[in-house]
Design a protein around this ligand. Structure first.
Ligand code: C5P
Length: 215
């Protein structure tokens, strides 16, 4: 019997991380935040002064990444880096290293290791298209760039971080462009994914839609 897998792909700040982790919790499934792996490669590169265009060294970093995901916390070696990997710096760095085929290849097996009983919810850009092509439920979660920028803006304000809406929107648009234009695993709704536009949905509503599609 195959292990049930739900993939949730989509652009940055679409809420897929929040939605995916709630769905995983409700079903008692494992959760893979694949974006965190790309962010960790970028963070490791910053720390070890590896240039973001040195594909071979970055692929080595990716293959050797000493990472532990534990109850919502992320550890890189002995350091807790949960907040640092979520920074815009790591997000932008991630989208640069994610365009390199050797880096993507180095992370493939590591991602597939997450597929264990009783099941997996995986979020990213290519979960349903490349990493788990046999997944039974494939969702492409999106929302307008403006709404995504608003959500991120609110999130930052709640954390007490000073932010400028126009900058966030521009950042999101640039990241969309880079993620969509790359030749390997570009961000796009592939044919067998079902579209879920959350522009007008709350998180709970999006979770319910996914649980229904899974059933
Ligand atoms: O989802 P998140 O914003 O954490 O992802 C950070 C970056 O990592 C994305 O902008 C994208 O370039 C890259 N990524 C990817 N493939 C994935 C997950 C993330 O290319 N499966």
């Amino acid at each position: 019997k195959p292990i049930p897998v739900i993939t949730i792909d989509g652009p940055s700040a679409s809420g897929k991380g929040t939605v995916a982790s709630i769905v995983a919790k409700k079903l008692g499934f494992h959760y893979l935040d694949s974006g965190a792996l790309y962010r960790l490669v970028a963070l490791a590169a910053f720390r070890q002064n590896v240039a973001l265009d040195d594909e071979q060294s970055l692929a080595n970093l990716a293959a050797k990444l000493d990472v532990v995901f534990d109850g919502g916390e992320i550890w890189l070696g002995k350091d807790k880096v949960t907040d640092e990997v979520r920074s815009e710096k790591c997000g932008n760095g991630a989208s640069v290293v994610a365009a390199l085929p050797e880096v993507r290849a180095a992370l493939l097996a590591r991602q597939r290791d997450f597929c264990q009983l009783p099941g997996l919810v995986a979020d990213g850009r290519d979960m349903g298209s490349v990493v788990f092509p046999d997944a039974g439920t494939k969702i492409f979660l999106t929302a307008s760039a403006e709404v995504r920028a608003e959500r991120r803006f609110k999130q930052l304000k709640e954390k007490g971080v000073c932010a400028i809406f126009e900058n966030i929107l521009q950042d999101i648009q640039e990241r969309d462009k880079r993620d969509s234009a790359r030749s390997v695993a570009p961000l796009q709704k592939y044919a067998d994914a079902s579209l879920l536009d959350t522009t007008k949905l709350t998180i709970d509503e999006a979770v319910d839609v996914i649980l229904k599609r899974f059933e």
